[in-house]
Design a protein around this ligand. Sequence first.
Ligand SMILES: Nc1nc2c(ncn2[C@@H]2O[C@H](COP(=O)(O)OP(=O)(O)OP(=O)(O)O)[C@@H](O)[C@H]2O)c(=O)[nH]1
Length: 278
Amino acid sequence: MSENHHLSCLAFGQAVIGPPGSGKTTYCFGMQEFMSKIGRKVAVVNLDPANEGTPYQCAVDISELITLADVMDNLKLGPNGQVELCTHHGALKNVFAQLAKWNFRLAAVHLVDSHYCTDPGKFISVLCTSLSTMLHVELPHVNVLSKMDLIEQYGKLAFNLDYYTEVLDLSYLVDHLAADPFFKNYRRLNEKLVEVIEDYSLVSFVPLNVQDKDSMRRVMQAVDKANGYSFGDVEQRSLDALMSAAMGADFHFTSTLAVQEKYVQPQEKTVEQEAMEI
Ligand SMILES: Nc1nc2c(ncn2[C@@H]2O[C@H](COP(=O)(O)OP(=O)(O)OP(=O)(O)O)[C@@H](O)[C@H]2O)c(=O)[nH]1
């Protein structure tokens, strides 16, 4: 997405991937705006022919070359299959490998809807998809929990936010799931799945709310670290100026606890907890 002036032969980029509706278009639009504001040269390339009427300024749009209808007709495919492109199919991986040959330093930015954290079964499945995407696309990788402002839209979190972002001891998640009579019979399967995730020890998440500049900065810096982009003094000064104008002194997205306090409703205390505090 962005160019580094000091290394004219290199370009740095984010390969934004994730399931349908996870917020990729919104993220590209927000990141383009955010980076432009701090003086970074940005070009967004749309590689999804099904993506119509993108809100961001597109430097290259694949739908000018091929449409979804053409692909479906020629290859006898249905309209779905977005996730498999990242977990199984070779096409996307080949595109990234070619871009690497052309000196693009890419990091994958994998977005998943944060409300999956409120359902332990879905969260295990998100962990599996994230891990197989990381292993398949073979790029430096940043997993992002998108739409933080909607995290508890469909239910409450059973654990603190850092439990989900840091992917801490998953046995608690399995226990929690086993308490549900529907999932009781699948305990062994879930234990094995989380064992694979823990053995690799690769998956963690950065929380994101695209409306929040501090949150965008945190994701941008995680991606910069992943793809090796380093910026100069001028950009740092623009970033400092933007951030000081953007947020109150009391809130920083760098702390997961602060993010939790902002977006997660406090748990109701039990009588025992109230008594302990007294
Ligand atoms: N509240 C809130 N809504 C968001 C956020 N990010 C995305 N959305 C909404 O989520 C919906 C899906 O977002 P998109 O950006 O279109 O998702 P996508 O991954 O590009 O979707 P596909 O192109 O269908 O794969 C839209 O209605 C967005 O407005 C966010 O941080 N907060």
